[in-house]
Design a protein around this ligand. Structure first.
Ligand code: SAM
Length: 406
C-alpha cells in the first residue's frame, strides 16, 4: 500500500513557512557578492565558500539554471525545503487551441504567453471582461474572439490605444480600448462584482492597485504579476494583514532594490549577449579593484549601467568612461591594465559562484510576494487559486492568481 498523499499546504501555511525561511537565511541571500571583493558571509561560512569556488564553470552554469537540482549547497542550505515550498501546480485551463491567424501583429513570444494565459481566464456567464494595462490589447482581442464578447482594454498611452483600436476594428474583434491611468482615483469605475479583470504581466503598483480595487469592488481577476520592485514606495509594505504581521514579527523587511531579486531570473539570452554580459561584468569588477586602489578606499563604488551595444571597445576605455561617470581622476600612465583586467575576470568567476546562494532564494521570494497578494484577496473574502500558467522557458514570470469573491 502506498502512503497517503500529504495535502498541499494552504496559502497561509506556505506563506508562514516561506517567511521563516527568508528571515532565517537573510544574512546569506541579502549581500550582493559583486559589492564585496571577498566572501560576503565571513568566516562562519568558509566551507560553503570553498565548495562554491571549487565548482567548475559547467556546474556553476547548471546550478544557475536549476538551483534546486542536485545542489551541492544542500549541505549548508535548506535546498530541499525551498524547492518544496516553490513547487506550485500548473493551473488547469480550457484546452482549446487558438487559431494561428489570431497571432497576427503580436510578437512570437508574447503570443505564446497569451496562448498559455488565455485558457486560464474563465469568466463566469454574464461577467464583463476588462484587460488591465493592455498595451495594444493583444490579450483583449484574443479574449473577445474566443468568448464572442466585448472586452474593455485599459491603457494609459494614447498611441497604444489608437493602434490597439485599429487592430481590433480591422480583425472585427469587439474590443474597446479605453485611455485610462489605472492609478488615477476614478479607475475603480471599471470594476464591479460583474467584471472579470485579466492582467498579464502588470508591474508592481499597477497590479497592486488592481488587487485593492478588486478587493473593494468584488471584481473577479486573473493576474500574472510582474516587476514587484516598480513601486512608488521605497520599502515593501505587505499587502495582506498576515504579511504585515509575520514580516514584522520575524524582522523581514525588503527594500525596492531587494524586491528586484524576485525577477532577476531571466530567459536564457542568446550566446553573443551572454558573452557580452560576462565581459561587461568582469570589466566592472576589474574597475572596482582599480578604483579602490586609486581612491585608497576599500569600498564598492556603483557605476551606472550601459545600454546593450554601448560597451567601450577595451578594458582601459571602459575604466576611463566609468571613472569619468564617478568624477574620479585616473593617472594617464602607470596602470597595469592587463593585470586589473585579469583580476576582474577572476573575481567575476568567484562572484558568479557566490551568487548561486541568492539564486536559491529568488523563486522563494517571488512566491512569497505572490502569496502575499493571494492572502490579501483571501482576507477580502475571495477564493484564490495560485499556480503556474506556462513553462519558465516561455517566461519566468509564470505565476498566476485567479480569484473571485466567495
Ligand atoms: C508590461 S506592459 C504589459 C502589457 C500587456 N499586458 C502585455 O502583456 O504585453 C505594461 C503596460 O502598462 C501600461 N501602463 C503603465 N502604467 C500605466 C498606468 N498608470 N495606467 C495604465 N496603463 C499603464 C504601459 O503603457 C504598458 O502598455
Amino acid at each position: 500500500m502506498s502512503p497517503p498523499l500529504s495535502p498541499s499546504p494552504s496559502h497561509s501555511e506556505r506563506f508562514a513557512r516561506l517567511t521563516e525561511l527568508l528571515a532565517e537565511w537573510q544574512h546569506l541571500w541579502r549581500p550582493l557578492p559583486f559589492q564585496h571583493w571577498a566572501s560576503p558571509w565571513g568566516e562562519a561560512y568558509s566551507a560553503l565558500e570553498g565548495a562554491l569556488l571549487a565548482l567548475s564553470d559547467d556546474e556553476a552554469a547548471r546550478l544557475q539554471d536549476a538551483p534546486f537540482t542536485a545542489s551541492p549547497l544542500a549541505e549548508w542550505l535548506p535546498v530541499a525545503e525551498l524547492s518544496d515550498q516553490v513547487d506550485l501546480p500548473e493551473l488547469p485551463g480550457d484546452a482549446r487551441e487558438l487559431p494561428a491567424a489570431w497571432a497576427a501583429h503580436v510578437g512570437g513570444r508574447k503570443w505564446s504567453q497569451i496562448e498559455a494565459f488565455l485558457p486560464r481566464v474563465a469568466a463566469s456567464p454574464g461577467e464583463r471582461l476588462v484587460e488591465w494595462c493592455a498595451g495594444k490589447g493583444h490579450l483583449a482581442r484574443a479574449l473577445s474572439r474566443r468568448d464572442a464578447t466585448e472586452v474593455t482594454a485599459l491603457e494609459w498611452q494614447a498611441a497604444l490605444c489608437r493602434d490597439g483600436q485599429r487592430l481590433a476594428d480591422r480583425q472585427g474583434a469587439a474590443v474597446r480600448m479605453a485611455e485610462q491611468d489605472v492609478l488615477a482615483p476614478e479607475a475603480g469605475r471599471w470594476l464591479s462584482p460583474e467584471t472579470h479583470v485579466a492582467a498579464l504581466h502588470a508591474c508592481g503598483d499597477l497590479h497592486g492597485r488592481l488587487i485593492e480595487l478588486a478587493a473593494a469592488r468584488g471584481s473577479a481577476l486573473t493576474l500574472a504579476p510582474c516587476c514587484y520592485q516598480r513601486t512608488a514606495a521605497a520599502d515593501y509594505r505587505p499587502l495582506s494583514q498576515q504579511g504585515q504581521e509575520r514580516a514584522a514579527a520575524l524582522g523581514l523587511s525588503l527594500s525596492r532594490e531587494e524586491l528586484a531579486m524576485a525577477v532577476q531570473e531571466t530567459v536564457t539570452a542568446p550566446r553573443h549577449v551572454r558573452v557580452r554580459r560576462e565581459q561587461a561584468g568582469a570589466w566592472r569588477l576589474g574597475f572596482d579593484l582599480l578604483q579602490r586602489e586609486v581612491r585608497g578606499v576599500d569600498a564598492y563604488l556603483p557605476v551606472p549601467s550601459l545600454a546593450y551595444g554601448r560597451l567601450p571597445v577595451s578594458f582601459e576605455a571602459f575604466c576611463r568612461w566609468a571613472a569619468e561617470q564617478k568624477g574620479l581622476d585616473l593617472p594617464a600612465v602607470g596602470i597595469d591594465w592587463a593585470a586589473f583586467e585579469a583580476a576582474g575576470a577572476r573575481r567575476r568567476a568567484a562572484v558568479t559562484r557566490r551568487e548561486l546562494v541568492r539564486h536559491l532564494f529568488r523563486r522563494p521570494l517571488e512566491v512569497w510576494l505572490v502569496l502575499d497578494r493571494a492572502l490579501r484577496l483571501e482576507e477580502a473574502g475571495f477564493d484564490v487559486e495560485l499556480g503556474t500558467f506556462c513553462a519558465r522557458e516561455l517566461t519566468p514570470r509564470n505565476l498566476l492568481l485567479r480569484a473571485s469573491r466567495r
